[in-house]
Design a protein around this ligand. Structure first.
Ligand code: MRU
Length: 380
């Protein structure tokens, strides 16, 4: 293990990429973890911008480095962003070096406000930070526990619930896959996007654990290649049969009869089921409809934003044009060309066959069914 200095708030740690799955349905890497106690601990995350060629972990000790890690996609994927932000809030809360609760609360609020500006679309970020602020307030009633310990416990709870959520989504969704199916996915909604083994990929991992081998087609996912760099890496690491395709090949692969089901994740789902996910997802849904292929979204309850009646209110992040003109350091477009780079799109509920949540399957996808499923207690 090599430790390298990564600036005032972030250190870097490099080690060999994990060799593969542990064979127990567990995982071979930890996307987001807290090392140590509330006062001296730090947030450790895989730098996903460097995968699949380098496996480097970043240690964050200040709010700015957590903000940067989220903004630059070192940590990405809606649930993982939420978990990272929760730990980032702990780092912010302790930053004034005092045990005075009012000062800790003020520092937490300031950190949360800053972290909320990192990325706009995944609602899990806002959900997790709201939860951390609520925990700081509720701590007034449990005065015997030091406030920072209470906040770290809340961040751990968010991470633990995320792990349980992945498993429950896997259980609820694995029945949608049959042995031998071709399953197309877009972007990365796997272990690198959550605290455990993912949402969309949880269906595939669970089916695999149940002895139902499926074949996955991973869209490469332009412009930042989360499908190629992350999904293909994760699936191959776990011994799952995966074929990488460019995004513009999905129609042809469907026409050839190779895809029986599509499963993707989500960053924010409105009350009527319209679902924002990585740019290109909407196109995949249209293609699935045209080919009569079921299209499923897998996401936890923390990804629903029931304050929005439909997807038109979902903020869509626009990212740096250079991700398209000179992604990964090589110029592939003329200087000065106009570029539009929305990072997400919204798939209308009418194109979604079902939404797999940790509380069960939403089908048909409409406001009443969403309310009914989300209103039920979390599956054990
Ligand atoms: O820009 P990213 O890589 O954060 O986008 C991620 C996605 O679109 C995922 O599909 C989504 O967050 C679900 S992750 C379980």
């Amino acid at each position: 293990t090599t430790v390298r200095d990564g600036g005032p708030g972030a250190g870097l740690r490099e080690e060999a990429a994990p060799a593969g799955a542990d064979g127990e349905g567990g995982r071979a890497f930890r996307t987001v973890q807290w090392i140590g106690d509330a006062l001296g601990g730090r947030l450790r995350m895989i730098d996903q911008t460097l995968l699949p060629t380098r496996f480097i972990e970043i240690d964050c000790n200040d709010v700015e480095s957590v903000w940067q890690a989220i903004k630059t996609l070192s940590v990405r994927g809606a649930p993982a962003i939420g978990v990272a932000a929760a730990y980032g809030a702990v780092i912010g809360a302790r930053s004034r070096g005092t045990s005075d609760p009012a000062t800790i609360r003020e520092a937490l609020r300031e950190a949360a406000a800053h972290l909320r500006t990192s990325r706009p679309t995944a609602v899990n970020l806002f959900w997790a930070l709201d939860r951390m602020e609520a925990a700081a307030d509720s701590a007034r009633r449990v005065a015997e526990v030091p406030l920072l310990d209470h906040l770290l416990a809340e961040a751990h709870a968010i991470a633990d619930e995320d792990r349980a959520m992945c498993r429950a989504i896997g259980r609820h969704g694995a029945d949608l896959l049959a042995a031998g199916d071709g399953v197309l996915t877009h972007c990365n909604a796997g272990g690198l996007a959550t605290a455990d083994y993912g949402t969309a990929l949880a269906l595939i991992f669970t089916a695999h654990e149940q002895g139902k081998a499926v074949h996955v087609f991973a869209d490469e996912t332009r412009p930042l290649l989360q499908g190629a760099r992350l999904t293909a890496w994760e699936l191959a690491n776990r011994g799952i049969d995966v074929t990488l395709i460019c995004d513009n090949m999905a129609a042809q692969v469907m026409k050839e009869g190779k895809v029986q089901v599509v499963v993707v994740g989500a960053d924010r789902i409105a009350a009527n089921g319209d679902a924002a996910n990585k740019i290109g997802t909407y196109g995949v849904a249209v293609l699935a409809k045209a080919h009569g292929i079921p299209f499923y979204v897998a996401a936890p309850s923390s990804t629903f934003d029931l304050s929005l009646a439909d997807g038109s209110g979902i903020p869509i992040e626009e990212r740096d044009p250079r991700e398209i003109t000179e992604g990964f350091g090589r110029r592939t477009a003329p200087e000065g060309v106009g570029v539009y780079n929305p990072a997400f799109d919204v798939t209308p509920a009418a194109l979604i066959t079902g939404i797999v949540t940790e509380r069960g399957l939403v089908r048909p996808v409409d406001a009443a069914t969403i309310r009914a499923v989300l209103g039920t207690p979390q599956a054990a």
